[in-house]
Design a protein around this ligand. Structure first.
Ligand code: HEC
Ligand code: HEC
Length: 381
């Protein structure tokens, strides 16, 4: 009979497979702009799990502790150069898995931290919403480097595990499912404190992810104090400028463009707003003060960059708008509920309520499933 020992505690195995799911889902969801909420929910879950694993590395059961890992480079070299030969079976993590675990924890942690910071600086949302948008390129850089390290290490780890499992027939994948390894060693012991701490951490991380998904406004996705609710901030503007169409948030055009759109009836589709709109001057100064230049969010920055100083009097003619809506079928605007490109609220829920236009609030209800899929997957028409 072969020796058998219980090596990986239940908590560690739950952690491992939950993290596998997180890595898979965050990578997949990053491919779709519309899946930001899912990306962040699983990112939060991963953040919780990784924090737990970091602590677990010091206070967890024997084989999970970093002190039991094998970080010796010569052992790693020996392990890698004998990959296809018969060699010893390690009780805990082999040298490659030791390095993989630590790299995944450290860079996974960087990923989640820089992700939250990115939400703060790029979208003015969440814990780091005080961060200036000037830093977003650097933070994005850290986010994508850490993501690449996580991706590469995870792939190497998977290849290594498959090799162990099928080539060396150590059934290492089963080990991560039932916890048992064919080695002659003492089985692992989990103290009641470790059990309580592990169970609490995993449930807490799961709840954090679920909470983000069902109540994004109260999670790390939350909008910050820079959110301006127009009908509270300036009821006059909110009322008068939504008489004939959607309330267009001032952040969507530059100051110069707004001046022309508002003053020149030729540019306002023959409507002379100076005569038609009560309290016109006060509304106008409010709009100019809240134009794209005054905002530091991603959308305003993109609008200003894409118009390159040219005055454009329709939001739908900015290069940014055209680019972000390029995947919408041309005849979509013939739909009786949509009618025109300028009918933003047909597709953007809560449009015109505040100075935020959130990806999660896009509704494709007027599209067929096939069209909606094409828009989601960014398939050009
Ligand atoms: C009397 C009716 C009326 C009022 C009041 C009015 N508008 Fe308009 N506005 C129009 C019409 C008509 C259009 C053209 C809409 C279209 O083509 O779909 C338009 C278009 C616009 C556009 C261009 C939309 C785009 O596609 O880029 C902006 C911006 C705009 N209005 C802002 C305002 C603001 C700000 C106010 C308040 C000061 C205002 N409007 C008040 C009639 C009005
Ligand atoms: C027919 C539906 C539809 C209409 C009408 C529409 N949009 Fe959109 N909009 C979308 C879709 C779908 C996306 C997401 C595209 C993607 O997946 O990248 C989007 C994306 C955007 C984005 C980018 C959001 C981000 O954070 O990346 C902005 C800003 C935006 N729309 C503003 C507007 C404005 C302003 C109007 C009205 C002038 C408007 N949209 C009209 C469907 C629409």
């Amino acid at each position: 009979m072969q020796d058998k020992a219980y090596i990986w505690s239940k908590i560690t195995r739950y952690f491992h497979w939950l993290l596998v799911i997180c890595i898979l889902v965050t990578f997949l969801s990053s491919l779709f702009e519309n899946a930001l909420l899912i990306h962040i929910a699983f990112g939060s879950l991963a953040g919780g799990l990784l924090t737990f694993r970091l602590i677990w590395g010091f206070i967890g059961p024997k084989y999970e502790r970093f002190s039991h890992f094998d970080f010796s480079l010569s052992d790693l070299w020996f392990y890698l150069s004998n990959l296809f030969k018969d060699r010893k079976i390690y009780v805990g993590h082999n040298p490659a898995a030791s390095w993989a675990t630590v790299l995944l924890i450290v860079f996974g942690f960087f990923c989640t931290l820089s992700g939250v910071m990115l939400m703060g600086s790029e979208e003015e949302r969440g814990l780091f919403s005080f961060l200036s948008a000037d830093y977003y390129k650097e933070i994005l850089y850290i986010h994508s480097i850490s993501k690449n390290v996580v991706g590469i290490v995870a792939l190497i780890h998977i290849v290594g595990a498959l090799l162990e499992h099928f080539w060396h027939k150590t059934k290492i994948i089963n080990t991560m499912i039932d916890g048992y390894k064919n080695v002659n060693a003492p089985s692992t012991q989990t103290t009641p404190f470790q059990k309580a701490f592990g169970t609490f951490s995993i449930i807490f991380s799961l709840l954090m992810g679920i909470f983000t998904l069902i109540a994004p406004a109260y999670s790390i996705m939350t909008n910050n104090a820079n959110e301006v609710i127009y009908h509270i901030d300036n009821p006059l503007y909110a009322k008068e400028c939504s008489e004939c169409h959607n309330l267009y948030p001032p952040i969507l055009l530059s100051k110069e463009s707004w001046s022309v759109v508002l003053d020149d009836p030729k540019e306002h589709f023959k409507e002379d707003l100076t005569k038609k709109v009560p309290h016109f001057e006060s509304i106008k100064s409010y709009i100019l003060a809240h134009s794209a230049q005054s905002a530091s969010n991603e959308i305003s920055r993109n609008i200003l960059e894409s118009t390159e100083g040219k005055n454009i009097y329709r939001i739908t003619r900015t290069k940014y708008w055209k680019d972000t809506h390029a995947f919408i079928p041309r005849d979509a605007y013939k739909h009786p509920k949509i009618k025109t490109k300028s009918n933003c609220s047909a597709c953007h829920m809560n449009f015109g309520i505040s100075n935020y236009i959130n990806d999660e609030e896009i509704s494709l209800q007027y599209f067929s499933l096939y069209e909606a899929m094409k828009i989601y997957l960014h398939v050009k028409n």
